[in-house]
Write a protein that binds this ligand. Structure first.
Ligand code: HEM
Length: 452
C-alpha cells in the first residue's frame, strides 16, 4: 500500500532549520496543538530539532498506539525522561520488562476488594476539609490548593498508611516544587546553561534530597510495623523483595505514586466543582440526587455507586479538562498507522485534551453536556476518543481509587454546604504538567443547617 502523506505545518519562523517546530510548541503548547488539530487535522507531522514527532489525535490511531499494538510503543520519550528524573525507575515511566515486573507487584494493591480499606481514609480526609471550610464560612475560598492537600492526604493514608500532614506542608511543598521544575524543563528547548537554570537545578536537588529523606523514614517505619500488604504498598514491595529491592528502588516506587496520584485527582475535583456550580441545571440535579440517595447518612462502599448524575458530570469534566492532557510514546520498530509508515524512534504526542475536544467526535465539544455519558450514549463513543485515564496495558492503575475519592469528597461537600461559585474570579486554563486553573477556582461555602 502507498505511504499516506501526513500534513506538516511551516517550521518555526526564526530558528526553524535548527528547532523545527519545537519553539512554537514550547511557547503555548496547548493552544498551538489545538491550532494544529483545527488547521491540519488529527494526524500531523512535526520536527523537534531533527526528531520526527507526530501529533496523533485520531481515535483509531490513538487506539492502535495505546492499546492494539501497545507493545511496539514505549514510554522512552523526552517527556517521560524528565518525569523519571523525579520519580526514578517507577511503574509510571518504565517500559518493557522493568515496567511489567512493577505493574504485576502493584496490581493486587489496587484491586476493588481494597475499597473497604480506602473508604475510612477518604471520609476522615473529607471531614478535615469540611472543618477547614467551616472556618471560612461565607468567604470566597480558592478550592484548588485545598483539593491538592486532600488528595495528597488520601494518597498517604490509603497507600502508605501514613499521615503526610504530620510533616507540615514539607512533603507537599517539595513534591510540588519538583513538579513545577519539571514543567519548566519541558519548555526549555535550547540547551544553554543560564543563571536561572543553575538556580533551578540547585532547588531541584534540594527538594529531591528532602523528599527522599522523608520517604526513607516512611520506609524504615513501615519495616518496623507488622506487614499489611493490602494497606501499605511499602509492605507489598517488601513481600516481593529481590536483590533489586534496594532503598532507592523503594523510594522510586513511592515517589512515583505520589507524583502520579495526587495532582491528577485534585485537578478533577476542582474542575468538576467549577463545572457543576457553574451550571444551575446540573447543580440542582446533583444536589437532589445526593439528598435522595444518602441524605445526611455516611458514605459506604455500596452507596458510592448510586450517583449516576454525579458520575456523568465527572466523566464530562474529565473530557473537558483531562488532568493528564498530553502523553508520549516512542515507536520501538517500524510500523504503519492509518496507512502511514512510521519509523523506529519516531515520537508520538497523544493528547486526551485534543482528542476529547475534536468536533468530529464530540459535537459542540466545548459545552458541558454530561448526557454524553448516559448509558445509551457512552457506548457510542469510539475506542480511543475518550481517554482521561489512558487505555491499554499502560492505563491508569489508580482509576478506582481516584473515582472513589472524587465522588466521596464531592458528596460530603454537598451534604455539608450550600455552595456558590465566586464568578468575580476569572477561570482560565493553565497548561502545566496537569491542567490547572490559572487564578484558582473560588467558591462560597455556607454551612447547611443540620435539618436541611
Ligand atoms: C482522576 C485522577 C487520575 C487521572 C485522570 C489519571 C490519569 C492517568 C493516565 C492518563 C495514565 C496513563 C499515562 C500514559 O498512558 O502515558 C495514568 C497512569 C498511571 N496512573 Fe493515573 N490518573 C489519576 C489518578 C491516579 C491515582 C490516584 C494513582 C495512584 C494512586 C495513579 C497512578 C498511576 C500510575 C502508577 C500510572 C502508570 C500505570 C502504568 O504505566 O502501568 N493515577 N494515569
Amino acid at each position: 500500500m502507498a505511504n499516506r502523506l501526513i500534513p506538516s505545518p511551516p517550521k518555526d519562523k526564526i530558528w526553524g532549520k535548527l528547532t523545527g517546530h519545537a519553539l512554537s510548541l514550547s511557547k503555548n503548547r496547548l493552544e498551538y496543538m489545538m491550532s494544529l488539530l483545527n488547521n491540519y487535522g488529527d494526524f500531523v507531522e512535526l520536527k523537534m530539532g531533527q526528531q520526527t514527532t507526530y501529533l496523533l489525535t485520531n481515535p483509531e490511531g490513538v487506539d492502535y498506539v495505546l492499546r492494539k499494538n501497545a507493545k511496539n510503543f514505549s514510554k522512552e520519550t523526552p517527556g517521560f525522561k524528565l518525569v523519571s528524573d523525579v520519580t526514578g525507575k517507577g511503574v509510571f515511566t518504565e517500559s518493557g520488562k522493568s515496567w511489567l515486573e512493577k505493574r504485576k507487584k502493584v496490581n493486587p494493591f489496587f484491586s476493588p476488594k481494597n475499597k473497604i480499606h480506602w473508604l475510612p481514609h477518604i471520609i476522615e480526609t473529607a471531614n478535615e476539609l469540611i472543618d477547614d471550610l467551616n472556618r471560612s464560612s461565607n468567604k470566597s475560598v480558592n478550592i484548588c490548593p485545598l483539593m491538592t492537600r486532600s488528595t495528597l492526604q488520601i494518597l498517604g493514608r490509603t497507600i502508605f498508611n501514613e499521615d503526610l500532614g504530620k510533616f507540615g506542608d514539607i512533603f507537599e511543598k517539595e513534591l510540588n516544587n519538583l513538579i513545577h521544575l519539571t514543567e519548566e524543563k519541558i519548555t526549555q528547548i535550547i540547551p544553554i546553561p543560564t543563571p536561572k537554570k543553575v538556580r533551578q537545578r540547585k532547588s531541584f536537588e534540594k527538594s529531591m534530597s528532602i523528599l527522599d529523606g522523608i520517604i526513607l523514614d516512611m520506609i524504615n517505619r513501615a519495616k518496623e510495623r507488622p506487614s499489611e500488604p493490602d494497606k501499605n504498598m511499602i509492605h507489598t514491595f517488601l513481600e516481593h523483595a529481590t536483590d533489586e529491592t534496594t532503598e532507592k528502588y523503594l523510594i522510586d516506587q513511592i515517589k512515583t505514586m505520589a507524583f502520579a496520584g495526587h495532582e491528577t485527582s485534585s485537578n478533577v475535583l476542582s474542575w468538576s466543582m467549577y463545572l457543576i456550580l457553574n451550571n444551575p441545571e446540573w447543580h440542582n440535579k446533583i444536589k437532589a440526587e445526593i439528598d435522595s440517595v444518602i441524605g445526611p447518612n455516611e458514605l459506604s462502599v455500596d452507596n458510592l455507586n448510586l450517583f449516576p448524575n454525579l458520575t456523568m458530570a465527572l466523566k464530562e469534566s474529565m473530557r473537558l479538562y483531562p488532568p493528564a492532557w498530553s502523553l508520549g510514546r516512542k515507536a520501538e520498530s517500524d510500523d504503519e498507522i492509518l496507512g502511514h509508515k512510521v519509523k523506529q524512534g519516531d515520537i508520538f504526542i497523544i493528547s486526551p485534551y485534543l482528542t476529547q475536544h475534536n468536533s468530529a467526535v464530540f459535537t459542540n465539544p466545548d459545552d458541558f453536556s454530561p448526557e454524553r455519558f448516559s448509558e445509551e450514549n457512552e457506548v457510542k463513543i469510539p475506542s480511543g476518543a475518550y481517554i482521561p485515564f489512558g487505555i491499554g496495558p499502560r492505563s491508569c492503575i489508580g482509576e478506582g481509587l481516584a473515582m472513589m475519592e472524587i465522588i466521596g469528597i464531592i458528596v460530603k461537600l454537598f451534604q455539608n454546604f450550600e455552595m456558590e461559585l465566586d464568578k468575580k474570579v476569572k477561570v482560565e486554563i493553565n497548561q502545566k504538567l496537569t491542567l490547572q486553573a490559572k487564578n484558582g477556582i473560588n467558591v462560597f461555602f455556607k454551612r447547611k443547617n443540620k435539618k436541611d
